[in-house]
Design a protein around this ligand. Structure first.
Ligand code: NDP
Length: 297
């Protein structure tokens, strides 16, 4: 029986994950298909129940469902529990297990941008959605001592901080209101800036003005594209990196969870690059029908 893996999001019209996962199944001779399910929030619970069937290996979950899906699975792994967000589901019989492989993907991206430098201890994170939860948890695990989270809707950032209450008890994790002057003041005290908002995904906009970006910053945008933020940061002399490695490695970890086999990383990276060069845009998080030069998951 051909096994199925589905990507559940809203909307999902094209998918970079599809390009790399299908190629990986094919290369390893695994009889499986990677399907895209565009399901609005109201259909999420039914969709999750559907993947309990024997023909499913599991699923990926993306914008905007990563947090909403948490109570719909039967068990959470340590990362799923800690972040309160799930991007990968596996099956144990009819029971579903919620994982968060974004955490592992973010770790690879963080190590790459830090390089041979000493791991910083302070970070500013823009955004408080499912992706930001993986980023914040990754930073806490890495030993960061001060993380400031800015979000358009402050209450969501406050919810994130509350969620990490115990995990972050030994350090300073704070939500702050999205005011340019406050962001500027915090950036002046910080080495690492991570954009985990979707600003820059569908339009050539930056979440923050170019003037607040300083040359000694490390700027990581989890969007898989040379976003305006990254271009502004590079112009200011900062070190920059996009979301490619996070996307690749969260996908590789998910592949191994579904198949029990090591992921063919080189092939997956090549497929991502081809999809980008061929102009395939990710629909994960992208409003239907809007053209975009950016790519996401
Ligand atoms: P969510 O929908 O859960 O969160 C979206 C975030 O973006 C929220 O913080 C939201 O703020 C903010 N935002 C969206 N639009 C605006 C706007 N116009 N102005 C200000 N803030 C805005 O999505 P995810 O957290 O799952 O994903 C966020 C981004 O991270 C996406 O671009 C996604 O592609 C990327 N990502 C990349 C990964 C990778 O592997 N490279 C992995 C995970 C995510 P508010 O709460 O105020 O609405």
């Amino acid at each position: 029986m051909t096994k199925r893996v589905v990507l559940i999001g809203h909307p999902v019209a094209h998918s970079l994950s599809g390009a790399m996962q299908q190629a990986a199944f094919d290369q390893l001779g695994i009889d499986a298909t990677y399907e895209l399910w565009d399901r609005p929030p109201i259909e999420l619970a039914d969709s999750i129940n559907e993947i309990r069937g024997d023909d499913f290996l599991g699923a990926n979950v993306t914008i905007p469902h990563k947090e909403r899906v948490v109570p719909m699975v039967d068990r959470l792994t340590e990362e799923g529990q800690a972040t309160g967000a799930v991007n990968t589901i596996t099956r144990e019989g009819r029971r579903l297990v919620g994982h968060n492989t974004d955490v592992a993907g973010f770790k690879v991206a963080l190590d790459k941008i830090v390089g041979k430098q000493k791991m910083p201890r302070n970070a500013v994170v823009l955004g408080a959605g499912g992706g930001a939860r993986a980023v914040v948890y990754g930073l806490i695990r890495e030993g960061f001592q001060r993380i400031i989270v800015f979000n358009r809707h402050l209450h969501r950032a406050e919810g994130l901080v509350k969620h990490f209450g115990r995990t972050a008890a030994h350090m300073e994790l704070r939500a702050m209101p999205w005011h340019e002057s406050i962001i500027e003041a915090e950036l002046a005290k910080t080495k690492l800036l991570v954009n985990a908002t979707s600003i820059g995904l569908t339009s050539d906009e930056s979440p923050i003005p170019a003037e607040v970006l300083l040359p000694d910053l490390l700027v990581l945008d989890v969007i898989y594209a040379k976003t305006r933020l990254l271009r502004d940061a590079a112009a200011a002399g900062a070190e920059t990196s996009d979301g490619e490695l996070m996307l690749l490695h969260q996908g590789a970890a998910a592949f191994t969870l579904w198949t029990g086999q090591p992921a063919p990383l080189e092939l997956m990276q090549q497929k991502l690059a081809e999809a980008r060069a061929g102009g395939i845009r990710s629909a994960e998080g992208e409003p239907a029908g809007q053209p975009s030069g950016a790519l996401a998951e």
